[in-house]
Write a protein that binds this ligand. Structure first.
Ligand code: PFF
Length: 437
């Protein structure tokens, strides 16, 4: 069955930027720096890099190889590779996960847009820490405000996706990703000159080997999975718009290294600012939305720093959200024969509606996040590892891997990692989430 008008990247750069855009998101900028500080600084960074190489890159490769081979959405991909088998469930799970994740991710992204607006109208200047904290609690207490920004964010996401692969996703990423990197570098140069730079960098970098507990290992693995957008069919979908000649091994390394670098550099921005003002390096959204604005209120050129920071975060969120909507759209375009326009608008609106409970009730957002990161992602990733490592034959794996890549050593290493290391690591993460050990 030939799929018509699916779209394609203009080249490997389009794929790399889009995959990196998906990977670099809210997770890199608030979560990664915090857990690094908490779990042992430089020691954790090394551990994280090991997880990216041992589990992240092999899975990223597995997903994008499946996509490139089949040129289909996640459901169609499993149907093509193992027709009539139960493996199609893995594809369906990806589509459902993307749906669920986007519904609450877009709510948090809406908060970011609100903070871009607050930065723009100079809301932080001259305010006390107490008043700044109230800006956040006030926003959380106002369902209409959150629904409004959720709607704006979903509209932006839909507009990009409805334009298609090369005219929408690729152009969007080609504009936003370089701007994101430029803003990050400017913020970095600024942050490392502040008074708290030394303390901030020490918090982040001092290796504390004694903190490398088994929990730290599983944190690092879970974060690598979430940060590289694995386990929900995004890389299958993005890989499906690639031509067979592209060198996927090179692409996967590029994406993973870029994503990790952004996470590490984000810490170099956040913690110098936090420590310059003796603020609490606490976890979660509070750090970004309540703590940093206190610093912005007092910094020289704080207006611009705050605007740059939230715009950067907005780009990071948008390039990730489009990848989630694309998974769902690709399924309806390929399998249900919907037009891209119909798919993007209908599904975007349904996701907006599904996001409303997350905007209205804080607990619901946490519930959805728990559901996604504790269950959907590890199960999705495990199924993909098992499928690639055990359901596909050695020849099938080698044939697809070898397109655009000739090293037998790399193939052997990847095969070993995807067959043995990834499944074991993913089962351990899952058992840990279930508090079974
Ligand atoms: N990888 C993104 C981040 O690190 O923020 C988040 C993300 C995007 C998670 C897309 C999951 C996803 F499907």
């Amino acid at each position: 069955m030939q799929i018509l008008a699916r779209g394609n990247w203009s080249g490997a750069v389009g794929f790399i930027l889009a995959a990196m855009g998906s990977a670099v998101g809210l997770g890199n900028i608030w979560r990664y720096p915090y857990i690094t500080g908490q779990y042992g600084g430089a020691a954790f960074i090394l551990l994280y890099i090991a997880c990216v190489f041992a589990v992240g890159i092999p899975l990223l490769l597995a997903e994008s190889l499946i996509g490139r081979k089949t040129q289909r959405n996640p459901v169609g991909a499993f149907r093509v590779l193992r027709p009539g088998s139960e493996w199609v469930v893995a594809g369906r799970l990806s589509v459902v996960s993307s749906f669920v994740i986007l519904s609450y991710y877009a709510v948090v992204a809406g908060w970011v847009l609100h903070y871009v607006y607050l930065s723009l109208i100079k809301s932080f200047a001259g305010k006390s820490p107490q008043e700044i904290a109230t800006l956040f609690t006030g926003m959380i207490a106002s369902p209409w405000l959150q629904i409004f920004w959720l709607m704006v964010f979903m509209l932006l996401t839909i507009l990009i996706i409805s334009r298609g692969v090369s005219r929408g996703i690729e152009i969007g990423n080609k504009i936003m990703m370089p701007l994101l990197f430029a803003l990050l570098v400017v913020l970095l140069l600024y942050a490392i000159q502040t008074d708290g730079a030394a303390t901030g960098l020490e918090f982040l970098l001092r290796p504390q080997w004694q903190k490398l507990s088994p929990t730290a290992v599983l944190e690092a693995l879970g974060q690598a999975l979430f940060s590289l957008s694995l386990g929900m069919g995004i890389m299958i979908t993005y890989g499906s718009y690639l031509s067979h000649q592209s060198n996927l091994v090179g692409c996967a390394f590029f994406v993973a290294i870029g994503d990790t670098l952004v996470a590490i550099l984000a810490g170099f921005v956040v913690f110098p600012l936090v420590f310059s003002f003796g603020l609490e390096p606490s976890a979660g959204p509070g750090l970004i939305f309540q703590t940093l604005p206190i610093a912005f209120a007092q910094l020289p050129a704080g207006y611009w720093v705050s605007l740059a920071f939230f715009v950067l975060l907005g780009f990071a969120a948008l390039t990730s959200s489009i990848s989630l909507l694309e998974v769902v759209c690709a399924y309806f375009v390929d399998e249900q024969r919907w037009s891209r326009k119909k798919a993007s608008w209908t599904l975007g609106i349904v996701i907006f509606l599904l996001g409303i409970p997350s905007a209205v009730g804080d607990d619901f957002l946490e519930f959805m996040d728990g559901l996604a990161t504790n269950y959907l992602l590890p199960i999705g990733a495990l199924l993909i590892a098992l499928f690639t490592g055990w359901a596909l034959t050695h020849d099938e794996r080698r044939e697809e891997f070898s397109a655009g890549e000739s090293s037998a050593f790399r193939f052997a290493s990847w095969s070993f990692l995807i067959r043995f290391v990834s499944p074991v690591a993913l089962v351990l993460i899952f058992l840990h989430q279930l508090r079974l050990f």
